[in-house]
Design a protein around this ligand. Structure first.
Ligand code: 5GP
Ligand code: MN
Length: 341
């Protein structure tokens, strides 16, 4: 089912906001993933087709496997053009906040987003804390990109979804559902995907562009991690993957290379939680994935400055990495016992 209907009060507010040509900025989260990029670019294409202007503003640049997306070259990113990004947000009549739930998820753009004239939230993460004139939050939606399609349909503007928007939105749904396999995938998800296909999204090309374009270094780093840096806690049903700075250097790491690594742990028999620790220059990045009713967002919210969804969450902590991993390992048995399979 679509998450929104035609008489939804927030929808009526959004409709009024978009009553005349507006200057829109669309902001998404730090380290944008396929759904962040897909929902933002997809919405930008549709807003332009409605007669508005739309600028996608990113806290930092997307990884290489998302740079082919239609409109990606028109994004501005705060890691290279912070002042331009702040100006685009300040000048906008409406700032759309897509695929994030807390102001600190946009990094150095946090103050600019807080000071924006009007915010509209479209997001599917737990416990949204964004103050908005119209807030669309649905944790049951598999992707923010799916919510954008539902909203555009409820606004009666689905005819404006062209091939570029369809390609971006399909990419967002595909990546956030693990290629339509996570339990968040519903019959409605497949209907939305079918609509997007009818509008010009080409699944085999999108899947290949996102998933079959890895570098040799990335393949070798993945093999090394599985062989040398994986701890299997069979009794707890957990896998812990750790890549240190030296490992990354050895395999010529570049941003985005470890995307999807955390999911590898979950493909092993008997495993229902996979943890991935990545040592970056400024912080240790943590990714958790789980199966079934085992939640991971709260663990990261409570202990590692993070959050996300029940089965997929991220966070970070200060180094050193071994202390960070140890702290996590110490918390793990109680957490697993509190949520038996
Ligand atoms: P990933 O592990 O792919 O970085 O993130 C998994 C999910 O958790 C994504 O939906 C992402 O938006 C969310 N997430 C990742 N890092 C953070 C974080 O530091 N804080 C919060 N609140 N959510 C995060
Ligand atoms: Mn998402």
């Amino acid at each position: 089912m679509p998450f929104v209907h035609r008489e939804h009060p927030e929808l009526l507010r959004l409709q009024a906001l978009l009553g005349g040509p507006r200057r829109c900025a669309i902001v998404t989260h730090y380290n944008p993933d396929g759904d962040a990029m897909g929902s933002s670019l997809g919405l930008a294409h549709i807003l332009r087709a409605m007669g508005h202007t739309a600028q996608v503003v990113l806290p930092n640049a997307p990884p290489p496997f998302l740079r082919w997306m239609p409109g990606a070259d028109g994004c501005i990113a705060a890691d290279t053009a912070a002042e331009r990004c702040r100006a685009a947000i300040a000048e906008a009549d409406i700032v759309f906040c897509l695929d994030f739930n807390r102001p600190d998820r946009v990094g150095v753009l946090e103050e600019a987003v807080r000071a924006a004239r009007q915010r509209v939230l479209i997001d599917h993460h737990q416990r949204p804390e964004i103050d908005a004139v119209a807030a669309f939050s649905d944790t049951a939606s598999c992707a923010t990109s799916q919510m954008v399609v539902d909203l555009v349909e409820a606004l009666g503007q689905a005819r404006l979804i062209g091939a570029d928007a369809a390609t971006c939105l399909y990419t967002g749904i595909m990546t956030d559902t693990g290629s339509f396999r996570f339990s968040s995938t519903t019959p409605h998800t497949l209907r939305v995907a079918a609509l997007l296909m009818e509008r010009g999204a080409v699944p085999d090309r999108i899947h290949a562009a996102v998933l079959d374009d890895h570098t040799e270094q990335r393949m070798r780093l993945m093999g090394f991690m599985l062989a040398e840096r994986m701890t299997v806690l069979q009794d707890l049903g957990c896998v812990v993957l750790v890549l240190r700075a030296g490992d990354l250097q050895r395999f010529g790491f570049s941003a985005g290379d470890t995307e999807g690594f955390v999911n590898l742990g979950l493909s092993m028999r008997g495993i229902r939680l996979s943890a991935f620790f990545l040592e970056r220059p400024d912080r240790i990045k943590i990714s958790l994935r789980s199966k079934g009713t085992l939640p991971v967002d709260r663990l990261l919210a409570d202990h590692f400055n993070g959050g996300g969804h029940v089965n997929a969450a991220g966070g970070h902590c200060e180094g050193p990495i071994d202390a960070c991993v140890q702290r996590f390992m110490d918390l793990l048995p109680a957490h697993i016992q509190a949520h038996p399979a």
